[in-house]
Design a binder for this molecule. Structure first.
Ligand SMILES: NC(=O)C1=CN([C@@H]2O[C@H](COP(=O)(O)OP(=O)(O)OC[C@H]3O[C@@H](n4cnc5c(N)ncnc54)[C@H](OP(=O)(O)O)[C@@H]3O)[C@@H](O)[C@H]2O)C=CC1
Ligand SMILES: O=C(O)CCC(=O)C(=O)O
Length: 447
Protein backbone atom coordinates (compact mmCIF):
# COMPACT_ATOMS: atom_id res chain seq x y z
CA UNK A 1 0.00 0.00 0.00
CA UNK A 2 2.87 2.36 0.93
CA UNK A 3 4.32 1.85 -2.59
CA UNK A 4 1.01 2.69 -4.22
CA UNK A 5 0.67 5.91 -2.22
CA UNK A 6 4.27 6.89 -2.89
CA UNK A 7 3.94 6.21 -6.63
CA UNK A 8 0.83 8.39 -6.75
CA UNK A 9 2.46 11.21 -4.78
CA UNK A 10 5.58 11.06 -6.98
CA UNK A 11 3.41 11.61 -10.02
CA UNK A 12 1.61 14.54 -8.41
CA UNK A 13 4.98 15.99 -7.31
CA UNK A 14 6.37 15.67 -10.83
CA UNK A 15 3.54 17.84 -12.12
CA UNK A 16 3.23 20.26 -9.17
CA UNK A 17 6.66 20.20 -7.52
CA UNK A 18 6.70 23.95 -6.93
CA UNK A 19 3.38 23.96 -5.03
CA UNK A 20 4.10 22.90 -1.41
CA UNK A 21 0.70 23.71 0.12
CA UNK A 22 -1.11 21.85 -2.65
CA UNK A 23 1.15 18.81 -2.25
CA UNK A 24 0.56 18.87 1.53
CA UNK A 25 -3.22 18.79 1.05
CA UNK A 26 -3.03 16.03 -1.58
CA UNK A 27 -0.73 13.88 0.56
CA UNK A 28 -3.15 13.93 3.50
CA UNK A 29 -6.00 12.83 1.25
CA UNK A 30 -3.96 10.22 -0.66
CA UNK A 31 -2.78 8.49 2.53
CA UNK A 32 -6.35 7.87 3.66
CA UNK A 33 -8.25 7.49 0.37
CA UNK A 34 -5.89 5.23 -1.63
CA UNK A 35 -6.21 2.34 0.88
CA UNK A 36 -10.00 2.74 0.68
CA UNK A 37 -9.95 2.69 -3.13
CA UNK A 38 -7.83 -0.47 -3.05
CA UNK A 39 -10.52 -2.24 -1.03
CA UNK A 40 -13.44 -1.13 -3.24
CA UNK A 41 -13.52 -2.60 -6.73
CA UNK A 42 -15.78 0.04 -8.26
CA UNK A 43 -13.11 2.74 -7.78
CA UNK A 44 -10.11 0.61 -8.68
CA UNK A 45 -8.30 1.27 -11.95
CA UNK A 46 -10.34 4.39 -12.76
CA UNK A 47 -7.65 6.96 -11.84
CA UNK A 48 -10.29 8.91 -9.95
CA UNK A 49 -7.90 10.56 -7.49
CA UNK A 50 -5.53 11.47 -10.33
CA UNK A 51 -8.45 13.17 -12.06
CA UNK A 52 -9.44 14.90 -8.83
CA UNK A 53 -6.03 16.51 -8.27
CA UNK A 54 -6.12 18.17 -11.68
CA UNK A 55 -8.26 21.35 -11.73
CA UNK A 56 -11.00 21.24 -14.35
CA UNK A 57 -10.01 24.81 -15.16
CA UNK A 58 -7.41 27.24 -13.79
CA UNK A 59 -8.01 30.86 -14.71
CA UNK A 60 -5.36 33.51 -14.11
CA UNK A 61 -5.79 37.15 -15.10
CA UNK A 62 -4.43 40.68 -14.78
CA UNK A 63 -6.20 43.11 -12.47
CA UNK A 64 -5.23 46.75 -13.16
CA UNK A 65 -6.60 49.53 -11.01
CA UNK A 66 -5.76 53.09 -9.96
CA UNK A 67 -4.88 53.91 -6.33
CA UNK A 68 -5.78 57.11 -4.44
CA UNK A 69 -2.48 58.71 -5.45
CA UNK A 70 -3.38 58.20 -9.12
CA UNK A 71 -0.78 55.43 -9.58
CA UNK A 72 -1.65 52.41 -11.71
CA UNK A 73 -1.41 49.16 -9.74
CA UNK A 74 -1.29 45.66 -11.18
CA UNK A 75 -2.33 42.53 -9.29
CA UNK A 76 -2.88 38.93 -10.29
CA UNK A 77 -6.35 37.40 -10.08
CA UNK A 78 -7.26 33.69 -10.08
CA UNK A 79 -10.19 31.32 -10.09
CA UNK A 80 -9.54 27.60 -9.73
CA UNK A 81 -12.52 25.55 -10.89
CA UNK A 82 -11.51 22.26 -9.30
CA UNK A 83 -14.40 19.82 -9.57
CA UNK A 84 -18.03 20.15 -10.70
CA UNK A 85 -19.14 16.51 -10.47
CA UNK A 86 -21.81 17.15 -7.82
CA UNK A 87 -22.76 20.78 -8.48
CA UNK A 88 -21.60 24.24 -9.60
CA UNK A 89 -18.12 25.23 -8.42
CA UNK A 90 -18.39 26.83 -4.98
CA UNK A 91 -15.77 28.38 -2.71
CA UNK A 92 -14.37 31.63 -1.45
CA UNK A 93 -12.14 34.38 -2.79
CA UNK A 94 -9.01 35.31 -0.81
CA UNK A 95 -7.32 38.71 -1.04
CA UNK A 96 -3.90 38.46 0.62
CA UNK A 97 -0.35 39.23 -0.55
CA UNK A 98 0.66 35.56 -0.12
CA UNK A 99 -1.97 34.30 -2.60
CA UNK A 100 -0.54 32.15 -5.40
CA UNK A 101 -1.58 29.13 -7.46
CA UNK A 102 -0.34 26.63 -4.86
CA UNK A 103 -2.35 28.13 -2.01
CA UNK A 104 -5.50 28.44 -4.11
CA UNK A 105 -5.13 24.90 -5.48
CA UNK A 106 -4.83 23.48 -1.95
CA UNK A 107 -7.89 25.45 -0.90
CA UNK A 108 -9.87 24.41 -3.99
CA UNK A 109 -8.91 20.75 -3.49
CA UNK A 110 -10.00 20.83 0.17
CA UNK A 111 -13.20 22.57 -0.88
CA UNK A 112 -14.22 19.65 -3.10
CA UNK A 113 -14.25 17.26 -0.12
CA UNK A 114 -15.74 19.82 2.26
CA UNK A 115 -18.62 20.71 -0.05
CA UNK A 116 -19.34 17.04 -0.62
CA UNK A 117 -19.49 16.51 3.17
CA UNK A 118 -22.16 19.21 3.56
CA UNK A 119 -24.60 16.91 1.65
CA UNK A 120 -25.53 19.91 -0.54
CA UNK A 121 -25.05 19.87 -4.33
CA UNK A 122 -21.90 22.00 -4.61
CA UNK A 123 -18.70 21.36 -6.54
CA UNK A 124 -15.40 22.86 -5.38
CA UNK A 125 -13.52 26.01 -6.38
CA UNK A 126 -11.47 28.83 -4.92
CA UNK A 127 -10.03 32.08 -6.14
CA UNK A 128 -8.56 35.39 -5.15
CA UNK A 129 -5.72 37.77 -5.67
CA UNK A 130 -2.34 38.80 -4.26
CA UNK A 131 -3.95 42.19 -3.55
CA UNK A 132 -3.34 43.38 0.05
CA UNK A 133 -6.42 45.12 1.49
CA UNK A 134 -4.50 46.31 4.59
CA UNK A 135 -4.12 50.08 4.68
CA UNK A 136 -6.27 50.64 1.58
CA UNK A 137 -9.08 53.21 1.58
CA UNK A 138 -12.69 52.15 0.94
CA UNK A 139 -12.44 53.73 -2.51
CA UNK A 140 -9.32 51.76 -3.34
CA UNK A 141 -11.01 48.54 -2.18
CA UNK A 142 -14.01 49.39 -4.38
CA UNK A 143 -11.88 50.12 -7.45
CA UNK A 144 -9.92 46.90 -6.95
CA UNK A 145 -13.06 44.77 -6.47
CA UNK A 146 -14.67 46.32 -9.54
CA UNK A 147 -11.53 45.71 -11.63
CA UNK A 148 -11.32 42.11 -10.37
CA UNK A 149 -14.93 41.45 -11.37
CA UNK A 150 -14.53 42.94 -14.88
CA UNK A 151 -12.65 39.74 -15.73
CA UNK A 152 -14.09 37.21 -13.24
CA UNK A 153 -17.68 37.80 -14.43
CA UNK A 154 -16.99 35.84 -17.65
CA UNK A 155 -16.26 32.68 -15.71
CA UNK A 156 -18.94 32.59 -13.00
CA UNK A 157 -22.73 32.42 -12.74
CA UNK A 158 -25.38 31.20 -10.32
CA UNK A 159 -25.47 27.78 -12.05
CA UNK A 160 -21.77 27.68 -12.99
CA UNK A 161 -19.55 28.96 -10.21
CA UNK A 162 -20.61 30.85 -7.09
CA UNK A 163 -17.76 32.57 -5.19
CA UNK A 164 -17.94 33.91 -1.62
CA UNK A 165 -15.58 35.42 0.98
CA UNK A 166 -12.40 34.14 2.61
CA UNK A 167 -9.37 35.92 4.13
CA UNK A 168 -9.54 39.62 3.22
CA UNK A 169 -12.97 39.30 1.59
CA UNK A 170 -16.01 40.12 3.72
CA UNK A 171 -19.38 41.83 3.27
CA UNK A 172 -17.82 45.07 1.95
CA UNK A 173 -15.88 43.34 -0.84
CA UNK A 174 -18.77 40.99 -1.76
CA UNK A 175 -20.97 44.11 -2.13
CA UNK A 176 -18.56 45.84 -4.51
CA UNK A 177 -18.08 42.68 -6.59
CA UNK A 178 -21.82 41.95 -6.74
CA UNK A 179 -22.50 45.54 -7.89
CA UNK A 180 -20.09 45.23 -10.81
CA UNK A 181 -21.34 41.74 -11.79
CA UNK A 182 -24.92 43.01 -11.87
CA UNK A 183 -23.94 46.00 -14.00
CA UNK A 184 -21.98 43.90 -16.49
CA UNK A 185 -24.57 41.12 -16.83
CA UNK A 186 -27.73 43.20 -16.27
CA UNK A 187 -29.13 40.37 -14.19
CA UNK A 188 -29.84 39.99 -10.46
CA UNK A 189 -28.90 36.44 -9.46
CA UNK A 190 -27.31 34.66 -6.52
CA UNK A 191 -23.91 34.66 -8.22
CA UNK A 192 -22.08 35.34 -4.95
CA UNK A 193 -22.89 34.31 -1.37
CA UNK A 194 -22.24 36.31 1.77
CA UNK A 195 -24.44 39.06 0.35
CA UNK A 196 -26.07 41.75 2.53
CA UNK A 197 -29.46 41.05 4.10
CA UNK A 198 -31.41 43.46 1.90
CA UNK A 199 -30.04 42.11 -1.40
CA UNK A 200 -30.21 38.33 -1.18
CA UNK A 201 -27.96 37.40 1.73
CA UNK A 202 -28.82 34.68 4.24
CA UNK A 203 -29.18 35.27 7.95
CA UNK A 204 -26.44 33.44 9.90
CA UNK A 205 -23.99 33.32 6.93
CA UNK A 206 -21.57 35.72 8.66
CA UNK A 207 -21.71 33.61 11.84
CA UNK A 208 -21.81 30.21 10.14
CA UNK A 209 -18.16 29.15 9.91
CA UNK A 210 -17.33 30.04 13.51
CA UNK A 211 -20.62 28.70 14.91
CA UNK A 212 -20.33 25.56 12.79
CA UNK A 213 -16.83 24.90 14.07
CA UNK A 214 -18.05 25.07 17.66
CA UNK A 215 -21.07 22.86 16.82
CA UNK A 216 -18.67 20.30 15.33
CA UNK A 217 -16.43 20.39 18.40
CA UNK A 218 -19.55 20.03 20.59
CA UNK A 219 -20.44 16.86 18.66
CA UNK A 220 -16.93 15.49 19.21
CA UNK A 221 -17.05 16.33 22.93
CA UNK A 222 -20.46 14.64 23.22
CA UNK A 223 -18.84 11.32 22.26
CA UNK A 224 -16.91 11.68 25.55
CA UNK A 225 -19.95 12.93 27.50
CA UNK A 226 -18.30 16.36 27.66
CA UNK A 227 -19.21 19.91 26.62
CA UNK A 228 -17.91 23.51 26.26
CA UNK A 229 -19.29 24.53 29.63
CA UNK A 230 -16.49 25.75 31.93
CA UNK A 231 -13.72 25.03 29.42
CA UNK A 232 -10.70 27.28 28.70
CA UNK A 233 -10.57 28.09 24.98
CA UNK A 234 -7.63 29.34 22.95
CA UNK A 235 -8.50 30.87 19.57
CA UNK A 236 -6.15 32.19 16.88
CA UNK A 237 -7.18 34.87 14.41
CA UNK A 238 -9.56 37.75 15.04
CA UNK A 239 -11.38 37.85 11.72
CA UNK A 240 -14.75 36.45 10.68
CA UNK A 241 -14.23 32.83 11.75
CA UNK A 242 -12.47 33.60 15.03
CA UNK A 243 -15.03 36.21 16.10
CA UNK A 244 -18.04 33.96 15.74
CA UNK A 245 -16.28 30.87 17.13
CA UNK A 246 -15.59 33.02 20.20
CA UNK A 247 -19.21 34.25 20.33
CA UNK A 248 -20.64 30.71 20.30
CA UNK A 249 -18.06 29.36 22.77
CA UNK A 250 -18.93 32.17 25.22
CA UNK A 251 -22.65 31.44 24.74
CA UNK A 252 -21.98 27.78 25.65
CA UNK A 253 -20.37 28.76 28.95
CA UNK A 254 -16.69 28.58 28.00
CA UNK A 255 -13.96 31.12 28.80
CA UNK A 256 -12.26 32.48 25.69
CA UNK A 257 -8.70 33.49 26.57
CA UNK A 258 -6.99 34.55 23.36
CA UNK A 259 -7.38 36.10 19.91
CA UNK A 260 -4.61 36.97 17.46
CA UNK A 261 -3.63 38.52 14.16
CA UNK A 262 -0.43 38.50 12.14
CA UNK A 263 1.13 40.91 14.67
CA UNK A 264 0.78 38.63 17.71
CA UNK A 265 -1.84 37.49 20.23
CA UNK A 266 -3.70 38.93 23.20
CA UNK A 267 -4.36 36.93 26.34
CA UNK A 268 -7.11 37.95 28.73
CA UNK A 269 -7.16 35.66 31.79
CA UNK A 270 -10.46 37.28 32.92
CA UNK A 271 -11.99 35.95 29.70
CA UNK A 272 -13.10 37.76 26.55
CA UNK A 273 -16.79 38.25 27.34
CA UNK A 274 -19.58 39.43 25.04
CA UNK A 275 -18.89 43.11 25.64
CA UNK A 276 -15.16 42.73 24.98
CA UNK A 277 -15.94 40.72 21.85
CA UNK A 278 -18.17 43.53 20.61
CA UNK A 279 -15.18 45.86 21.02
CA UNK A 280 -13.05 43.43 18.94
CA UNK A 281 -15.72 43.24 16.22
CA UNK A 282 -15.85 47.03 15.95
CA UNK A 283 -12.04 47.26 16.06
CA UNK A 284 -11.59 44.66 13.30
CA UNK A 285 -14.66 45.06 11.08
CA UNK A 286 -15.23 48.82 11.25
CA UNK A 287 -12.03 50.53 12.39
CA UNK A 288 -9.86 47.88 10.70
CA UNK A 289 -7.38 48.10 13.57
CA UNK A 290 -4.86 45.66 15.09
CA UNK A 291 -5.57 43.16 17.89
CA UNK A 292 -2.77 44.78 19.97
CA UNK A 293 -5.18 47.72 20.53
CA UNK A 294 -7.27 45.41 22.78
CA UNK A 295 -4.87 45.99 25.68
CA UNK A 296 -5.29 49.80 25.41
CA UNK A 297 -8.97 49.25 26.19
CA UNK A 298 -8.54 46.32 28.62
CA UNK A 299 -5.19 46.84 30.42
CA UNK A 300 -5.53 43.61 32.44
CA UNK A 301 -4.92 41.73 29.20
CA UNK A 302 -1.47 41.21 27.70
CA UNK A 303 -0.29 41.49 24.08
CA UNK A 304 2.41 39.03 23.03
CA UNK A 305 4.09 40.41 19.94
CA UNK A 306 5.06 38.16 17.04
CA UNK A 307 3.89 34.96 18.79
CA UNK A 308 1.02 32.50 18.35
CA UNK A 309 -1.24 31.56 21.27
CA UNK A 310 -0.56 27.81 21.47
CA UNK A 311 1.57 27.96 24.65
CA UNK A 312 -1.47 29.16 26.65
CA UNK A 313 -2.91 26.40 28.87
CA UNK A 314 -6.34 25.39 27.57
CA UNK A 315 -8.86 22.58 27.22
CA UNK A 316 -9.90 23.34 23.64
CA UNK A 317 -7.94 24.99 20.80
CA UNK A 318 -9.65 26.54 17.78
CA UNK A 319 -7.12 27.58 15.12
CA UNK A 320 -9.05 30.15 13.03
CA UNK A 321 -6.42 32.25 11.20
CA UNK A 322 -4.59 30.59 8.31
CA UNK A 323 -2.77 27.52 6.94
CA UNK A 324 0.22 26.00 8.76
CA UNK A 325 -0.17 28.26 11.80
CA UNK A 326 0.25 25.42 14.32
CA UNK A 327 3.43 23.31 14.12
CA UNK A 328 4.56 20.06 15.74
CA UNK A 329 6.24 21.67 18.75
CA UNK A 330 3.21 23.85 19.41
CA UNK A 331 0.92 20.82 19.13
CA UNK A 332 3.05 18.94 21.64
CA UNK A 333 2.85 21.90 24.00
CA UNK A 334 -0.95 21.98 23.68
CA UNK A 335 -1.16 18.27 24.47
CA UNK A 336 1.31 18.53 27.38
CA UNK A 337 -0.77 21.41 28.77
CA UNK A 338 -3.88 19.21 28.87
CA UNK A 339 -5.70 20.24 25.68
CA UNK A 340 -8.35 17.60 24.89
CA UNK A 341 -9.82 18.90 21.64
CA UNK A 342 -8.59 20.78 18.56
CA UNK A 343 -11.17 21.82 15.99
CA UNK A 344 -9.90 23.65 12.90
CA UNK A 345 -11.79 26.79 11.89
CA UNK A 346 -9.16 27.74 9.34
CA UNK A 347 -8.21 25.63 6.30
CA UNK A 348 -5.23 23.34 7.03
CA UNK A 349 -3.94 25.35 10.04
CA UNK A 350 -2.15 22.32 11.54
CA UNK A 351 1.06 21.10 9.90
CA UNK A 352 1.43 17.33 9.28
CA UNK A 353 3.77 17.20 12.31
CA UNK A 354 1.11 18.85 14.49
CA UNK A 355 -1.53 16.39 13.33
CA UNK A 356 0.85 13.54 14.12
CA UNK A 357 1.18 14.85 17.72
CA UNK A 358 -2.61 15.12 18.14
CA UNK A 359 -3.19 11.64 16.77
CA UNK A 360 -0.39 10.14 18.85
CA UNK A 361 -1.96 11.63 22.00
CA UNK A 362 -5.41 10.41 20.83
CA UNK A 363 -7.06 13.75 21.58
CA UNK A 364 -10.14 14.84 19.62
CA UNK A 365 -8.94 16.43 16.37
CA UNK A 366 -11.14 17.74 13.55
CA UNK A 367 -9.72 18.74 10.15
CA UNK A 368 -11.01 22.02 8.70
CA UNK A 369 -12.70 20.37 5.77
CA UNK A 370 -15.17 18.87 8.27
CA UNK A 371 -15.23 21.37 11.13
CA UNK A 372 -15.29 24.62 9.13
CA UNK A 373 -17.81 23.37 6.55
CA UNK A 374 -20.62 25.34 8.21
CA UNK A 375 -19.66 28.44 6.24
CA UNK A 376 -20.00 26.94 2.80
CA UNK A 377 -23.03 24.90 3.95
CA UNK A 378 -24.81 28.12 4.86
CA UNK A 379 -23.70 29.57 1.52
CA UNK A 380 -25.50 26.58 0.02
CA UNK A 381 -28.56 27.54 2.06
CA UNK A 382 -28.22 31.11 0.73
CA UNK A 383 -28.25 29.69 -2.82
CA UNK A 384 -31.41 27.70 -2.02
CA UNK A 385 -33.14 30.80 -0.62
CA UNK A 386 -32.11 32.82 -3.70
CA UNK A 387 -33.57 30.15 -6.01
CA UNK A 388 -36.78 30.03 -3.99
CA UNK A 389 -36.85 33.86 -3.80
CA UNK A 390 -37.54 33.82 -0.08
CA UNK A 391 -35.67 34.24 3.20
CA UNK A 392 -35.59 31.83 6.10
CA UNK A 393 -35.51 33.10 9.69
CA UNK A 394 -32.37 33.17 11.80
CA UNK A 395 -33.68 30.22 13.84
CA UNK A 396 -34.48 28.17 10.72
CA UNK A 397 -31.00 28.67 9.24
CA UNK A 398 -29.25 28.01 12.56
CA UNK A 399 -31.25 24.80 13.01
CA UNK A 400 -30.28 23.62 9.50
CA UNK A 401 -26.63 24.53 10.17
CA UNK A 402 -26.64 22.52 13.41
CA UNK A 403 -28.19 19.55 11.60
CA UNK A 404 -25.60 19.69 8.81
CA UNK A 405 -22.68 19.82 11.28
CA UNK A 406 -24.13 16.82 13.12
CA UNK A 407 -24.49 14.93 9.82
CA UNK A 408 -20.88 15.74 8.88
CA UNK A 409 -19.76 14.51 12.30
CA UNK A 410 -21.73 11.27 11.82
CA UNK A 411 -20.20 10.72 8.36
CA UNK A 412 -16.71 11.17 9.84
CA UNK A 413 -17.54 8.60 12.51
CA UNK A 414 -18.99 6.19 9.92
CA UNK A 415 -15.84 6.21 7.78
CA UNK A 416 -13.25 7.01 10.45
CA UNK A 417 -13.97 4.68 13.39
CA UNK A 418 -10.88 2.78 14.55
CA UNK A 419 -10.93 -0.75 15.95
CA UNK A 420 -10.39 0.62 19.48
CA UNK A 421 -13.52 2.78 19.16
CA UNK A 422 -11.66 6.09 18.72
CA UNK A 423 -12.38 8.16 15.59
CA UNK A 424 -9.86 9.29 12.98
CA UNK A 425 -11.76 12.37 11.79
CA UNK A 426 -9.24 12.97 8.99
CA UNK A 427 -9.76 9.54 7.46
CA UNK A 428 -13.50 9.84 8.03
CA UNK A 429 -13.79 13.25 6.36
CA UNK A 430 -11.58 12.35 3.41
CA UNK A 431 -13.35 9.08 2.60
CA UNK A 432 -16.88 10.40 3.17
CA UNK A 433 -16.10 13.44 0.98
CA UNK A 434 -14.46 11.27 -1.67
CA UNK A 435 -17.22 8.68 -2.03
CA UNK A 436 -19.94 11.09 -3.13
CA UNK A 437 -17.74 12.90 -5.67
CA UNK A 438 -16.21 9.67 -6.97
CA UNK A 439 -19.63 8.06 -7.46
CA UNK A 440 -20.78 11.09 -9.47
CA UNK A 441 -17.60 11.03 -11.56
CA UNK A 442 -18.06 7.32 -12.30
CA UNK A 443 -21.69 7.89 -13.33
CA UNK A 444 -20.71 10.75 -15.65
CA UNK A 445 -17.91 8.86 -17.45
CA UNK A 446 -14.50 10.16 -18.46
CA UNK A 447 -15.08 13.89 -19.01
N1 LIG B 1 -14.91 33.13 6.06
C1 LIG B 1 -15.39 31.90 5.92
O1 LIG B 1 -16.60 31.68 5.82
C2 LIG B 1 -14.47 30.73 5.94
C3 LIG B 1 -13.13 30.85 6.23
N2 LIG B 1 -12.36 29.74 6.35
C4 LIG B 1 -10.95 29.84 6.70
O2 LIG B 1 -10.82 30.45 7.99
C5 LIG B 1 -9.57 31.17 8.07
C6 LIG B 1 -9.86 32.60 8.47
O3 LIG B 1 -10.70 33.22 7.51
P1 LIG B 1 -11.56 34.52 7.84
O4 LIG B 1 -11.79 34.61 9.28
O5 LIG B 1 -12.71 34.51 6.91
O6 LIG B 1 -10.58 35.67 7.36
P2 LIG B 1 -10.43 37.15 7.90
O7 LIG B 1 -9.72 37.89 6.83
O8 LIG B 1 -11.72 37.66 8.41
O9 LIG B 1 -9.47 36.97 9.17
C7 LIG B 1 -8.24 36.34 9.03
C8 LIG B 1 -7.53 36.37 10.37
O10 LIG B 1 -6.37 35.55 10.30
C9 LIG B 1 -5.20 36.34 10.49
N3 LIG B 1 -4.16 35.93 9.55
C10 LIG B 1 -4.25 35.87 8.21
N4 LIG B 1 -3.09 35.49 7.67
C11 LIG B 1 -2.24 35.32 8.72
C12 LIG B 1 -0.89 34.92 8.83
N5 LIG B 1 -0.17 34.62 7.75
N6 LIG B 1 -0.37 34.83 10.08
C13 LIG B 1 -1.10 35.13 11.18
N7 LIG B 1 -2.38 35.53 11.13
C14 LIG B 1 -2.94 35.61 9.92
C15 LIG B 1 -5.62 37.75 10.18
O11 LIG B 1 -4.73 38.68 10.77
P3 LIG B 1 -4.24 39.98 9.94
O12 LIG B 1 -5.43 40.87 9.94
O13 LIG B 1 -3.08 40.50 10.71
O14 LIG B 1 -3.85 39.49 8.58
C16 LIG B 1 -7.04 37.76 10.75
O15 LIG B 1 -7.02 37.89 12.12
C17 LIG B 1 -8.92 30.99 6.70
O16 LIG B 1 -8.09 29.85 6.74
C18 LIG B 1 -10.09 30.69 5.77
O17 LIG B 1 -9.71 30.00 4.62
C19 LIG B 1 -12.88 28.49 6.21
C20 LIG B 1 -14.19 28.30 5.91
C21 LIG B 1 -15.07 29.41 5.65
O1 LIG C 1 -19.06 30.06 1.41
C1 LIG C 1 -18.36 29.71 0.50
O2 LIG C 1 -18.73 29.50 -0.64
C2 LIG C 1 -16.88 29.50 0.68
C3 LIG C 1 -16.37 29.24 2.04
C4 LIG C 1 -14.93 28.92 1.94
O3 LIG C 1 -14.20 29.56 1.21
C5 LIG C 1 -14.39 27.78 2.64
O4 LIG C 1 -15.16 26.93 3.07
O5 LIG C 1 -13.15 27.69 2.79
Amino acid sequence: MKDKIEAFLDLVKERNGHEPEFLQAVQEVAETVIPYIAKHDIYNGKNILLRMVEPERLISFRVSWVDDAGEIQVNRGYRIQMNSAIGPYKGGLRFHPTVNASILKFLAFEQVFKNSLTTLPMGGGKGGSDFDPKGKSDNEIMRFCHAFMTELFRHIGHNTDVPAGDIGVGAREIGFMFGMYKKLKNTFTGVLTGKGQSWGGSLIRPEATGYGNVYFAENMLKTKNDSFNGKRIVISGSGNVAQFAAEKAIELGATVLTLSDSGGYIIDEDGIDTEKLEFVMDLKNVKRGRISEYVDKYPNAKFVKGERPWSVKCDIALPCATQNELNGDEAKQLVDNGCICVSEGANMPSTPEAIHEFQKAKILFAPGKASNAGGVATSGLEMSQNSLRLSWTREEVDEKLKGIMEDIHDSCVEYGKNDDGSVDYIRGANIAGFVKVADAMLAQGVV
